[in-house]
Design a protein around this ligand. Structure first.
Ligand code: NAG
Ligand code: NAG
Ligand code: NAG
Length: 503
């Protein structure tokens, strides 16, 4: 086994890293011992690929070698480096909270409002949110946040599909971007051994990015696109390239008005989850993260299940979602003047066998009946989001006055909702979560929703309704409660319409 230094010499607009960069054996040897030999190989590869490449700048590879070695030393003991300064790019004031349950102040804050006609269901929920679940999220929508940037000259940063920590450093300076309390240990244990990719560009890295295999679409929406939107303006006309990993990110960024010249696609290795991205000396490595609005430190903490420690960035999502959605509509050339009078209720069906809801069709029929009885003018649209292109999904979401569906990837599309759009998300009861866990799909906490520890607090109508196992252990929506949530939405929407007519 050896370490391969991959020199990204043809990272032009749409180019991936150089072709030989698709397998990165983990370093078993000490980095320095392996390095010299690989340098030679890098030189050969640069020469070989130059024919079809934009000429690589003359990088002195010996200098790169020294810089990366010194950076790696800092990975081992960050205390020897100087911390980087973070600068605010955009401020996000605290979100005004609606807290409907006096018995548990976490509802409307870290947890969404649950709708049920059954008091014992509501009581168990409050018991959870303020009991066992009270430590689950350390995020708080009542804290003002910053989207912020820091930059290194000639530095490295670990890139992982599911980072537990993100540590960036050059030989003198370092910073943590995406963090848990294990950050130091994680940096020591894994980043040390990551195979490096060297780029000869100024790059910008979104440290909140998560791309677990098979869930790339929803995690691009949850963990990448909103952050990318906050940097769209500063990329314009600059030499910086925003790092992406998969083609759909590139496609979406273009609709946000970001030019291909400002992107750099670095795919994850086929059988790997991670690599170390390094910029050549004098090239800038800029890092994006979420910080505390008043400049203080955000709390970090490790929780026993899942990876929910640092999801502060998701609290920005629905605050910028409608902006980036508008940008997409504009760039897609959609004529939406008549949209106001032509809205729909969008019911996102599961359409896959995983976590199937046995009575989903009854839930849809119930929604139709309730809508007709309400005398409202919206149409009802039922969709399998996964069978539409992403642009079609955005378009359907923009037409929606209300979006409903079971927790899952499709609901991530609420990012694209226009202001005032309601959300009814069908989430798993504690018993349902146990069944899902037993099937080994994922460790899910009970009541898992796209509220995500406070993100949903910036949406004006967000309710969750339970699904739970029936006597035959099949998962079923609590239909009565769904009807109640619809009634609450009718009241909300009628009031919204009335306010609009008055103004
Ligand atoms: C409320 O829901 C619980 C849990 O599903 C159930 O056991 C109970 O019978 C329900 N109570 C009423 C009054 O429907
Ligand atoms: C590391 O990056 C910092 C911040 O950009 C810079 O001030 C410093 O000079 C860099 N160190 C080296 C050795 O290039
Ligand atoms: C809907 O309209 C019918 C006929 O005008 C009326 O009788 C009914 O009360 C209305 N329902 C609601 C919920 O407004």
């Amino acid at each position: 086994m050896r370490t391969t230094l991959v020199f990204c010499c043809i990272c032009g607009a749409a180019a991936t890293a150089c072709g030989f960069g698709t397998s990165y054996p983990q370093a078993a040897l000490a980095w320095d011992a392996a390095y010299g030999r690989d340098l030679v190989q890098v030189k050969h590869e640069v020469a070989r690929t130059r024919a079809n490449a934009t000429p690589a700048a003359d990088v002195d590879l010996e200098v790169v070698h020294d810089a990366i070695s010194a950076t790696r030393a800092l990975y081992g003991s960050p205390s020897r480096g100087k911390p980087l300064q973070w600068e605010s790019l955009r401020q996000f004031p605290p979100i005004a909270l609606q807290q409907p349950a006096p018995s548990c102040q976490r509802i409307g804050r870290q947890y969404p409002q649950l709708t049920s006609r059954n008091l014992s269901v509501l009581d168990s929920y409050a018991d959870y949110a303020c009991g066992d679940g009270s430590n689950y999220f350390l995020t708080d929508p009542a804290v003002g946040l910053n989207a912020e940037l820091a930059e290194l000259h000639g530095g490295c940063v670990n890139m992982m599909r599911w980072p537990r920590s993100v540590f960036a450093a050059n030989s003198t300076h370092f910073t943590y971007a995406f963090r848990t309390s294990e950050h130091v240990a994680a940096a020591e244990n894994s980043e040390h051994a990551l195979a490096p990719i060297l780029v000869d560009h100024d790059v910008l890295v979104i440290s909140s990015s998560h791309l677990p295999a098979g869930m790339e679409y929803q995690h691009t929406l949850l963990d990448f696109l909103p952050a990318a939107w906050t940097v769209a303006k500063i990329l314009k006309g600059s030499s910086k390239r925003l790092v992406t990993h998969i083609p759909i990110q590139r496609a979406m960024l273009q609709y946000l008005g970001i030019s291909e010249a400002n992107m750099l696609e670095l795919p994850f290795p086929k059988h790997g989850q991670a690599f170390l991205l390094c910029t050549a000396p004098h090239k800038i490595l800029q890092i994006w993260r979420t910080g505390r609005g008043d400049g203080g430190e955000l709390p970090t903490k490790h929780y026993r299940r899942g990876g929910f420690a640092d999801f502060w960035h998701r609290l920005l999502n629905y605050q910028v979602g409608h902006e980036l959605s508008d940008a997409i509509a504009k760039n897609a050339g959609w004529m939406e003047d008549a949209l106001e009078g032509n809205q729909q209720i969008t019911f996102l069906q599961r359409c896959v066998v995983r976590r199937r809801l046995a009575n989903e069709q009854e839930a849809l029929a119930l929604t139709s009946r309730a809508l007709i009885a309400s005398n409202r003018s919206e149409g009802l649209m039922s969709l399998c989001a996964g069978r539409l292109t992403w642009l079609e999904q955005v378009s359907q979401v923009r037409k929606s006055a209300l979006i409903m569906g079971a927790h899952g990837g499709a609901i991530a599309n609420i990012l694209f909702a226009r202001p005032g759009t309601g959300v009814i998300e069908i989430v798993g009861s504690p018993k349902a979560a146990k069944i899902i866990d037993a099937k080994g799909e994922w460790k899910w906490p009970p009541y898992k929703s796209h509220w995500y520890g406070g993100a949903g607090a910036s949406l004006s109508f967000f309710r969750v309704v339970l699904y739970e196992p029936n006597a035959a252990a099949k998962l079923e929506v609590r239909l009565d409660d769904l009807e109640e949530a619809l009634q609450q939405w009718f009241v909300y929407k009628n009031a919204q319409d009335e306010a609009e007519n008055l103004s």
